[in-house]
Ligand binder design. Structure first.
Ligand code: NAP
Length: 260
């Protein structure tokens, strides 16, 4: 796994990745730690995995705070940021990675609750810890992670099994984008990172099960599908690379989605 951010780049800085006990979030938080950042690992259910990852990252010489929080519960989110404030005092990178809505047994509006409302709630609770550039310290950066299937849902239909999730994630993206002027006023940067289906994820596996051949079809259309560590590298880079003019980092080929 090559390092997307040079070692030392994030020394003395703090990064929180929501949903980082596994998958894309876990690899992203690892890249930040390898670049020297102190990290906050957030999980909902997978406490042992989160603790194991934290132990590995501490061996790199950084601090790792593990916080269990259900992001759909505002009290839980408030408690998470209270712990971050107490431990680190401020936050330089916030990656809104946690996502869901295909779980069984949830309320009908759960996807919207998690993928829109909870994202805003996390941002609002993080705001007191985020900062503009000062004293040689770069501005804080907020990164929202989404899929092409969600980002382009208004113009490119997706699989029926994923449609409600895609619409909820796009609603979350739109709601966050409405915050850009306020964030900019406070000197805080914002980037959306969007990618195609990622090989080896639970979401891709669930979609493949519901719609056999879905992954092969996306792979054929895109030429290449990213795996978890490759996509996480893009998410990590989005936290340090210059902010794109439209605040959007599209990963891989998007011609299928944007019709170019
Ligand atoms: N999978 C893909 O093909 C794909 C493609 C493009 C973009 N993306 C984007 O990449 C991001 C990560 O995707 P992924 O496939 O790695 O997701 P995932 O495997 O479904 O993992 C989601 C993460 O979110 C956490 N989470 C879920 N509900 C939560 C809640 N209520 N409160 C706190 N944490 C919660 C999970 O924590 P626990 O494990 O503790 O439950 C897990 O760590 C998402 O934003 C997704 O849209 C994914």
């Amino acid at each position: 796994m090559s390092q997307p951010i040079p070692a030392g780049t994030l020394s003395g800085r703090t990064a929180l990745v929501t949903g980082s006990s596994r998958g894309i979030g876990a690899d992203t938080v690892r890249y930040f730690a390898e670049a020297g950042a102190n990290v906050v690992i957030n999980f909902r259910n997978k406490a042992p995995r989160a603790e194991k990852l934290a132990a590995q990252l501490r061996e790199l010489g950084v601090q790792a705070l593990v916080v269990g929080a259900d992001l759909t519960d505002p009290a839980s989110v408030a408690d998470m940021f209270a712990q971050v404030a107490e431990t680190f005092g401020s936050l330089d990178v916030l990656v809104l990675n946690a996502s869901g809505g295909m779980e069984s047994g949830m309320a009908e509006d759960y996807a919207l609750t998690l993928n829109r409302d909870a994202q805003l709630s996390v941002l609002d609770h993080a705001l007191p810890l985020l900062h503009g550039a000062d004293d040689g310290r770069p501005a804080s950066r907020v990164v929202f992670v989404t899929s092409h299937q969600a980002h382009f849902i208004r113009t490119t239909p997706t699989m029926p099994e994923y449609e409600a999730v895609a619409l909820s994630k796009r609603a979350g993206e739109d709601a966050l984008r409405e915050r850009i002027p306020g964030l900019t006023e406070s000197g805080i940067e914002f980037v959306v990172v969007s990618g195609d289906m990622i090989e080896g994820t639970i979401t891709a596996t669930l979609l493949e099960r519901a719609s056999p051949g879905a992954i092969a079809s996306r792979r054929e259309s895109a030429g290449k599908l990213y795996n978890v560590s490759e996509f996480a590298a893009e998410v990590a880079r989005a936290a340090v690379d210059p902010v794109p003019a439209d605040n959007t980092r599209l990963v891989g080929d998007t011609s299928f989605f944007d019709g170019e």
